[in-house]
Design a protein around this ligand. Structure first.
Ligand code: SF4
Length: 477
C-alpha cells in the first residue's frame, strides 16, 4: 500500500522566532529533541560538555541566520513558541559572557560558543542542513547524534533502511493526498471545498475546539507581528544597516487614524478608503512588517518558512481589510486550511527548503499557498484554487536564494511583498479563467520546481556564495 504522509496544517504554520525556520527554528528544535532523548535514556545528568557541529548551508549562512543563537537557546531549555522575545538576547549574552550554559535550564556546563559551536564548510550527503550534537559523559563515553533541518522548522534524523515508519505519520487522514489531482478528486467525490476536506483531515488529529484555538493563536501571532512591525522604527541588527520601512509606509497611510491595540487597528484600517496604489502600499507594508520583525529575531508564524513568513499574513490581511470588511475567524480558518494544504503538497512533491531549492521553495511556495487560499475565499472552485497556486509558483520558478551577508534581510524582506502581490494577482487570473483550459497543471509545476531545484547550483541555495551575496558587500551597505 502506498504510504502517504499526513502533514497537519499546524506543522506547516508554526509559531516561532526569526530569522529562519531552517536555520533557527529547526536547529533550536533539534537541540531540544537531543536533550530530551538524553534525558529519556538517563544520560542527561552525566553530561560534562557539549559540542555542536554545523554542516553545509547551516555553516555557510548560520551566523547570519542566528543558528548559533538557536542552538544555545535550545540547549538552555528555552521554547521558541513561548519564550518572551525580550529574554532571547540576555540568554545568549549570558552564555557568551560567562562561557557557561544552563543545560535544559537545569545544570550548568562550560560552553564557549567560539569553541563549542563549530562551523564546517563541508556538506553531509543526506541534506544540505546538517548539525551534529556531541556530549562528553562522566563515564568517559561520548554520545552524538546528527539531525537535519529540512525546511519550515521540520527536523529529521537520517532514516535507516527498512526502518519502521511512525504509524500515525502515514495514512491517518480520511482524505490522504500526495498530489493536487488527488485533492481535487476528493473535493469532487465529497462535493466539498478544499478547506472542508482539509478540515476533515485535521479532525482526525484534534477536536474542533482545539483546531479553532490553534487557528486563533496563529492569527493573533500574525496580527501582533504585523502590528509590531508597523509601529517599530530604526535599523535591523546584523551590520547591513537596513532601515525598517514598514514604519514609514504605515505612518504615511494611517494619517490621523487612532487605535489602541492590534484588533482596533484592524477595524480602523477597514474603514478607510483605498485606491490601487494604496492597496499596494498596505499589502507591502504588512509583508515588510512581518519580515522586519523576523529579521530582528521577533516572533512570527513560519508560513511555510520564516524567510517567507510575510506573504500569507499580508494576503490574509488584504482579504480582511480590502476584500471583506465583514471577514471573521471562520474566513481566517478557511484561508489557513487551504494555505497549509497547498504548502504540504509542495513539501511532499518538492521541497520547502531554500538549501535544497533556492527561494522558489520559500517565497514561491508561500505565494502559491496564499494565492490558492485567497481564491477559495473569493469564491473560486477547487480547480481555480489549484490553478491560482500553480500560477503563483510558475512565476517564481528558478528564483535563487542569495541573502547578502547571510542575513535574512536583502533580498528577503522586499521579496515577501513581491510574493504577496503576485499571490493576489494569481488569484485574480485564476478567478477569471477556466481551469480546463490551463496548460500547466498544479502537479506539473510542483514537479518542475523540484527538477529546477535539483539543477540549481548550490551557490544559489542559501549558501551566500553567489548572486547578490557576492555582488554586494557588507562594507558597501
Ligand atoms: S533569499 Fe529567499 S529563500 Fe533565501 S533566505 Fe531570503 S527569503 Fe529565504
Amino acid at each position: 500500500m502506498l504510504q502517504i504522509e499526513c502533514i497537519s496544517i499546524f506543522d506547516m504554520l508554526k509559531i516561532g522566532v526569526g530569522p529562519s525556520s531552517s536555520h533557527t527554528l529547526g536547529p533550536w528544535r533539534a537541540a531540544e529533541r537531543w536533550l530530551a532523548e538524553l534525558k529519556r535514556n538517563g544520560l542527561f545528568d552525566q553530561i560534562t560538555s557539549v559540542t555542536v557541529n554545523m554542516y553545509g548551508s547551516l555553516s555557510l549562512t548560520g551566523k547570519g541566520h542566528a543558528t548559533d543563537y538557536a542552538v544555545m537557546l535550545g540547549l538552555s531549555g528555552a521554547d521558541p513558541e513561548y519564550t518572551p522575545i525580550e529574554d532571547i538576547h540576555p540568554l545568549v549574552q549570558y552564555v557568551k559572557d560567562n562561557q557557561t550554559l544552563k543545560l535544559g535550564n537545569e545544570k550548568k556546563i562550560i560552553f564557549d560558543p567560539d569553541v563549542n559551536i563549530i562551523f564546517h564548510r563541508k556538506f553531509l550527503p543526506f541534506h544540505a542542513n546538517g548539525l551534529k550534537f556531541e556530549a562528553q559523559l562522566t563515564s568517559g563515553i561520548k554520545k552524538s547524534k546528527t539531525y537535519y533541518s529540512i525546511g519550515g522548522g521540520f527536523v529529521v534524523v537520517e532514516e535507516r533502511k527498512n526502518a519502521k515508519k511512525k504509524k500515525d505519520a502515514f495514512n491517518a487522514f480520511p482524505f490522504p493526498v500526495q498530489k493536487g489531482t488527488e485533492l481535487l478528486a476528493f473535493c469532487e467525490q465529497e462535493e466539498k471545498k478544499i478547506s472542508e476536506i482539509v478540515l476533515e483531515n485535521e479532525r482526525s488529529l484534534r477536536t474542533d475546539s482545539e483546531i479553532d484555538k490553534e487557528i486563533k493563536r496563529i492569527w493573533d501571532t500574525m496580527l501582533e507581528c504585523m502590528y509590531t512591525g508597523c509601529h517599530t522604527e530604526g535599523k535591523l541588527p546584523g551590520g547591513l544597516n537596513v532601515k525598517r520601512r514598514a514604519y514609514d509606509i504605515h505612518k504615511g497611510l494611517k494619517g490621523n487614524l487612532s487605535y489602541e491595540n492590534p484588533e482596533e487597528w484592524l477595524m480602523t484600517i477597514r474603514q478607510t478608503e483605498v485606491k490601487f496604489r494604496q492597496i499596494l502600499q498596505w499589502v507591502s507594508c504588512f509583508a515588510l512588517s512581518v519580515n522586519e520583525v523576523n529579521a530582528a529575531l521577533g516572533r512570527v508564524v513560519t508560513a511555510p518558512t520564516n524567510g517567507s513568513a510575510g506573504v500569507i499574513p499580508s494576503v490574509l490581511m488584504y482579504y480582511m481589510v480590502i476584500e471583506n470588511h465583514g471577514g471573521t475567524m471562520e474566513h481566517i480558518k478557511q484561508f489557513l486550511l487551504v494555505a497549509g494544504e497547498i504548502g504540504s503538497l509542495f513539501k511532499k512533491g518538492a521541497t520547502i527548503s531554500a538549501a535544497m531549492g533556492g527561494c522558489q521553495a520559500e517565497i514561491g511556495v508561500s505565494s502559491a499557498m496564499a494565492a490558492g487560499a485567497l481564491t477559495e475565499l473569493l469564491g473560486g472552485t477547487p480547480e481555480q484554487v489549484l490553478m491560482a497556486a500553480e500560477i503563483a509558483m510558475e512565476h517564481h520558478l528558478g528564483l535563487t536564494c542569495d541573502p547578502i551577508g547571510g542575513l535574512v534581510q536583502i533580498p528577503c524582506i522586499e521579496r515577501n511583498s513581491m510574493g504577496a502581490i503576485k499571490a493576489i494577482h494569481a488569484a485574480e487570473l485564476a478567478l477569471g479563467s477556466d481551469p480546463k483550459e490551463a496548460k500547466v497543471p498544479f502537479d506539473k509545476v510542483v514537479q518542475t520546481m523540484w527538477e529546477t531545484a535539483k539543477d540549481m547550483s548550490s551557490k544559489y541555495k542559501e549558501t551566500s556564495e553567489g548572486g547578490l551575496a557576492v555582488g554586494v558587500y557588507l562594507s558597501d551597505c
